[in-house]
Design a binder for this molecule. Structure first.
Ligand SMILES: O=C(O)CCC(=O)C(=O)O
Length: 289
């Protein structure tokens, strides 16, 4: 695979510079689609190749100016590592901005093969990419380990219908003690639970969900294994108990017939999208069919 260095300024030149990476991305199976609808989530081993994962990490590191892939030992280096990662976590515009800043990443997230997988999972005719997010979990020894509470993604997305799904890729091997995601299996059949504040505990507000659905038990993930979940599936992730950095990237893909609600979202704010119209903007190309 060539490491694309493109001279284009933005997504408008997608067609001209598109590099097909499909040989590094596998097809999903009918069985995985059936499991997705039965459980609201499915694990797809070896969905993308380890080489592609390494490139994704390298592009994130270069974008944020991070010099270490693993947690450094020197306290000054640790402080720099944290400030780089917190810089993107604390600056949502940056958190979600890599596709606009890095043409390689734009090419990666607009891969037709990813769009095809999303269209087959969602059973919709066309797909657009909505967002990407880097999920770095610090090792416990850093003192900055944190868990991510239970939520559905739909409430945070500015789309008028839940025709959307997350592709979460383990960019490095992730063992169950590294804080992988856990899901309430089958919970995608429930209503949207709202955009909960940090003071609202969904297990107190909707205790019946935890009575009705089983919490999945994380299993080891290889580099490039993916977990797909529906936008209404409840999920969370734990603390990384190891001394390795847990690198993962999630991307949202939506049906081309989703309409923009106008809801505040750093992915879409300021782009001139019209509420209650389709995502008609170069940043949201139709990547499938
Ligand atoms: O990567 C993680 O730990 C969790 C990701 C997640 O929950 C999300 O992207 O909605």
């Amino acid at each position: 695979m060539t490491d694309l260095v493109l001279d284009r300024a933005g997504p408008q030149d997608l067609q001209a510079h598109y590099e097909d990476l499909s040989r590094y991305i596998r097809d999903i199976t009918e069985e995985e689609i059936a499991t997705f609808w039965q459980n609201g989530w499915v694990k797809a081993p070896g969905f993308v190749s380890p080489e592609l994962c390494e490139q994704v990490i390298a592009h994130y590191m270069s974008w944020i100016g991070l010099r270490w892939k693993e947690w450094p030992t020197d306290p000054a280096d640790q402080a720099e590592f944290k400030s780089k990662i917190e810089g993107i976590i604390g600056n949502p515009a940056a958190t979600f901005g890599i596709r606009r800043a890095d043409p390689w990443m734009f090419n990666y997230v607009t891969q037709r093969k990813f769009g095809e997988a999303a269209a087959r999972f969602l059973k919709v005719p066309s797909i657009k990419p909505l967002s990407e997010t880097l999920h770095v979990k610090y090792p416990i020894s850093s003192g900055f380990g944190r868990k991510l509470g239970w939520h559905q993604d739909f409430a945070a997305l500015p789309i008028d219908r839940a025709e959307a799904m997350q592709t979460w890729v383990a960019l490095v091997p992730v063992t169950p003690d590294m804080g992988p995601m856990t899901h309430l299996t089958g919970s995608h059949r429930e209503m949207p639970g709202g955009r909960l504040s940090t003071f609202e505990d969904p297990q107190e507000i909707y205790p019946e969900l935890w009575e009705k659905y089983e919490q999945s038990v994380p299993t080891p993930l290889g580099q490039g294994d993916a977990i797909f979940h529906h936008a209404l599936t409840w999920h969370a992730s734990g603390v990384n108990q190891t001394d390795r950095v847990r690198w993962a990237m999630s991307s949202y893909r939506m049906s081309g017939r989703c309409q923009y609600t106008g809801g505040q979202n750093y992915n879409t704010d300021g782009l001139g999208l019209t509420p209650w119209k389709h995502f008609d903007h170069p940043n949201y190309p139709t990547v499938y069919p």
